[in-house]
Design a protein around this ligand. Structure first.
Ligand code: MRU
Length: 360
């Protein structure tokens, strides 16, 4: 049964908070969840880079928000009054933060937005530019909240009360400014009595489904059942799943969608069992400059995440070869719809995505 709390309260946990008067950024350390809810204090670009790289802050929109504030806290420290010098320093920090993770386009999107502020204020004082950078980072965060709420409302029109929903990884409140993308319709629906039954894939190897999604939904009083990744097929076969909802890290111009490793396998299963597969993605996740999924850079991570990270003792023979791609690409043919804050896109996605941008 859903907890009788207002939606705003259920989704109130914040993953990125600027403490401007203390010149720092607070990050909810997602690597410690669900056992510990602790905020880290980030004071410099290196701290922000480390938090993103180590997934202390994670989820495409939250990474973008953290990077934008990372730019601001560094810019605040600038001693120069010279625009050219300020720009040079900015570029260095921008490139550095951009190197933290390669797949989620929101990181680059947010950094580009911050850069545009500098270009726009070419004639202004450095003091004013820094103020404008803060405003832009605030805008990125505030807009994301509205965007996620809108995605939630659109996705909800595709769902019916009492449905069983499967989700992979974590595309919830803590992956965004609020509400999440794939979890937004679940929160909104449950506040309206939809009583969804959610199945959360554990999401090997970093267990975002087990540690984060199951935690978020349980905290919200939503009916959530945790399954291992290799159990998705059986719950689908048993008729427990009426729709799959996933988030996304980058949508290419043809609708191919990169998301957490294992997502494409879930999409293949959903096709087999004739279950709709919905990709929930803000427009900040759409990259029209990437033609198709083959052009999306897939992050590779340390093998230790698979063999040791969550275990007391190693769970694989010492020095075994490990392949650890962090994301995979779901072929657009497997996607029933892509839902953005602007509405629901149906195949053929090359056409619907082009239309979305030509109507801007
Ligand atoms: O490696 P992660 O945990 O950052 O991967 C996150 C995902 O794959 C999410 O599904 C995606 O970023 C969407 S978050 C709204």
């Amino acid at each position: 049964m859903a907890k009788n709390l207002p939606l705003q309260e259920i989704t109130a946990v914040q993953s990125v908070i600027l403490e401007d008067d203390k010149d720092l950024l607070l990050i909810l350390d997602q690597t410690l969840l669900p056992n510990e809810k602790k905020y880290l204090e980030l004071r410099k670009a290196e701290d922000v880079w480390d938090a993103i790289y180590h997934l202390k802050v994670r989820g495409a929109p939250a990474i973008g928000i953290a990077a934008a504030y990372g730019i601001y806290i560094e810019a605040k420290k600038s001693g120069t009054e010279e625009y050219e010098e300020f720009c040079k320093d900015f570029k260095k920090i921008k490139n550095y933060l951009a190197s933290s993770r390669p797949t989620a386009v929101n990181l680059f999107w947010a950094l580009d937005r911050m850069e545009q502020v500098i270009f726009k204020h070419k004639e202004s004082s450095i003091e004013l530019i820094i103020k404008a950078l803060k405003q832009e980072a605030d805008n990125i965060k505030q807009e994301d909240e509205k965007v996620c709420e809108s995605i939630g409302e659109y996705v909800l029109t595709l769902l019916k009360p009492e449905w069983g929903l499967l989700t992979h990884c974590n595309a919830g409140t803590i992956a965004t400014a609020r509400y999440g993308t794939a979890l937004a319709p679940i929160y909104i629906g449950n506040s309206r009595g939809y009583n969804f039954k959610v199945y959360a894939d554990e999401t090997r190897p970093l267990l975002q489904g087990a540690r984060l999604t199951a935690w978020e939904l349980q905290e919200a009083g939503i009916d959530v059942t945790l399954i291992c990744d290799n159990m998705a097929s059986i719950v689908m076969k048993e008729g427990k799943i009426q729709a799959v909802l996933v988030g996304c890290d980058r949508v290419a111009a043809n609708g191919d969608a990169a998301n957490k490793i294992g997502t494409s396998g879930v999409a293949i299963l959903a096709k087999h069992y004739n279950i709709p597969f919905y990709v929930c993605a803000p427009t900040s996740t759409i990259d029209m400059n990437t033609k198709n999924g083959d052009d999306i850079k897939i992050e590779q991570r340390a093998g230790e995440e698979i063999t040791e990270k969550w275990y007391e003792k190693p769970m694989a023979p010492k020095s075994v070869k490990v392949y650890n791609p962090c994301f995979d690409v779901t072929d657009n043919k497997l996607i029933t719809a892509i839902i953005t804050e602007k509405g629901i896109l149906y195949p053929p996605f090359d056409k619907s995505l082009t239309e979305l941008y030509s109507n801007k």
